[in-house]
Design a protein around this ligand. Structure first.
Ligand SMILES: *Cc1c(COP(=O)(O)O)cnc(C)c1O
Length: 326
């Protein structure tokens, strides 16, 4: 759904302009723009929503600002200052506040900041000019008909190269996952589980969410790898597991052959917070988690309830996690 206002700032001659809110949703760039030729673009994703007491808030926007900075550096793009990123979020959400769904609807306002090389480059080099934009759109509840665990498959494709760009939020990572996700959907699977591209023995992530496993004695385990995108949701859930639920948390390499021994599995990301995985299909072999295909496992349910409670203002948040939009 198109909303009335978006934010635009242009980078030229080594500096960002002041930035403005605009109603114009069209981008006009050279046919030779760096983004069109060499995919020089990075993005972020976060949400605004209404809390139980009627405030409009965003969740840890500083983390998105910092991650975008890291993404930009890796693609030789100028960084958009973190304070200006947060200011752009504030301005756009505030200007479109009529589009923030009410508390209890499960719907949210999705915010998409992004940046791309906008001037003509035909030799392979970074662009000289860039545009930072930020728009938003209301999105419905992720679990429309209640939470249903999904079945995913182990992919024969990779989403990132070893020592490549898997750990930044670059559009190019998604471009290379499209073929694999369309193929997975055609075969009846909801997502791809990618293994480490170097040895194909360790678990990485899906196309757009990090894995979180729970052992049968209630320890939360998340895969460690240089080519995984550091999910803010996953890092927040691990904090919640340790500090709110008193669980043990391990962030370590996870061999694919130990996945069958876990009690619960979920996918973490801004869109769903946690999406429970009921089974993983691996070349003719189906790994079924004891949590089953009807509901979230008990630990993942607790993590989900606690983090969404923190986001919605029914559970006290750690310092700095909830950012109110005035
Ligand atoms: C954005 C993204 C995630 C989820 O990150 P959040 O900060 O939790 O939304 C996970 N994996 C990939 C590849 C992503 O691009």
């Amino acid at each position: 759904m198109k909303t009335p206002y978006r934010y635009v700032s242009n980078y030229k001659d080594g500096k960002w302009d002041d930035g403005v809110l605009t109603t114009d949703d069209k981008v006009c760039i050279s046919e030779c723009a760096g983004v069109l030729q060499y995919a020089q673009t990075v993005f972020e994703g976060l949400k605004a929503y209404t809390t139980v007491d009627g405030r409009i808030v965003t969740f840890r926007p500083d983390m998105n600002a910092t991650r975008m900075l890291a993404s930009a550096k890796r693609l030789e793009m100028p960084v958009f200052p973190e304070d200006r990123f947060i200011d752009a979020v504030n301005q756009v959400v505030s200007a479109n506040r009529d589009y923030v769904p009410p508390y209890g609807s499960g719907a949210t306002l999705y915010i998409r900041p992004y940046m791309f090389g906008s001037d003509a480059v035909i030799g392979v080099k970074p662009a000289n000019e860039y545009q930072f934009r930020l728009f938003c759109t209301p999105v419905g509840p992720y679990f429309k008909e209640g939470v249903k665990p999904i079945v995913i498959r182990v992919s024969d494709f990779d989403r990132a190269a070893p020592r490549g760009t898997g750990n930044i939020k670059a559009g190019l990572n998604y471009a290379m996952s499209l073929y694999a996700i369309v193929d997975a959907h055609e075969k009846g699977f909801e997502e791809n589980m990618y293994l480490d591209p170097g040895t194909r023995t360790y678990v990485e992530e899906t196309g757009g969410a990090n894995f979180l496993f729970v052992t049968d004695d209630g320890t939360v385990v998340t895969p460690l790898s240089d080519s995984i995108l550091p999910s803010i949701t996953r890092r927040s859930l691990c904090y919640v597991a340790e500090n709110y639920l008193g669980l043990k948390v391990e962030h370590r390499k996870v061999r694919f052959d130990e996945v069958k021994d876990f009690a619960e599995c979920g996918l973490c990301g801004t869109a769903a917070v946690i999406s429970p995985v009921g089974a993983i299909y691996d070349h003719g072999n189906l790994i079924q988690f004891p949590s089953g295909m009807e509901k979230m496992g008990p630990v993942i349910q607790k993590l989900y309830d606690t983090l969404t409670g923190i986001q919605m203002g029914t559970i006290e948040a750690p310092e700095g996690w909830i950012h109110e939009i005035k």
